[in-house]
Write a protein that binds this ligand. Sequence first.
Ligand SMILES: N=c1c2ncn([C@@H]3O[C@H](COP(=O)(O)OP(=O)(O)OP(=O)(O)O)[C@@H](O)[C@H]3O)c2ncn1[C@@H]1O[C@H](COP(=O)(O)O)[C@@H](O)[C@H]1O
Length: 111
Amino acid sequence: MTDVLRELAAVLAERKQASPESSYVASLYHKGLNKILEKVGEECTETLLAAKDAERSGNVDDLVYETADLWFHTLVMLSQLNAHPDQVLQELARRFNLSGLEEKASRGQAD
Ligand SMILES: N=c1c2ncn([C@@H]3O[C@H](COP(=O)(O)OP(=O)(O)OP(=O)(O)O)[C@@H](O)[C@H]3O)c2ncn1[C@@H]1O[C@H](COP(=O)(O)O)[C@@H](O)[C@H]1O
């Protein structure tokens, strides 16, 4: 599964050399971080709406599609800032066996 993320990250890095006319990703880099963040925000909203639809209908097809759009645009965001999805995966791995409630308590946070 993570091979897909790594292969996509490699394509996204290559697109830094591509022209905006030839590549959607290059066009996002060209427009800059604010445009990329705008797309992440849009895809986030579309994912939330798809989740509510899935709750009503029991069909998760649109939710899967929108989540892929959201993940994709967050990968473009990471790439623009020279961060790699491996760093995110490592952070998730670091949290294995660490309860979310314990982690929150360790930061002194209460609900
Ligand atoms: N995984 C994706 C991917 N997912 C979604 N998208 C694009 O993200 C956009 C989603 O935006 P919207 O749904 O808002 O659609 P839109 O209205 O056309 O978008 P805007 O005009 O508002 O920007 C669409 O243009 C999709 O085609 C993607 N574009 C590219 N990839 C991957 O990135 C690689 C490089 O892409 P290019 O740089 O275009 O070659 C591709 O080979 C794919 O592997």
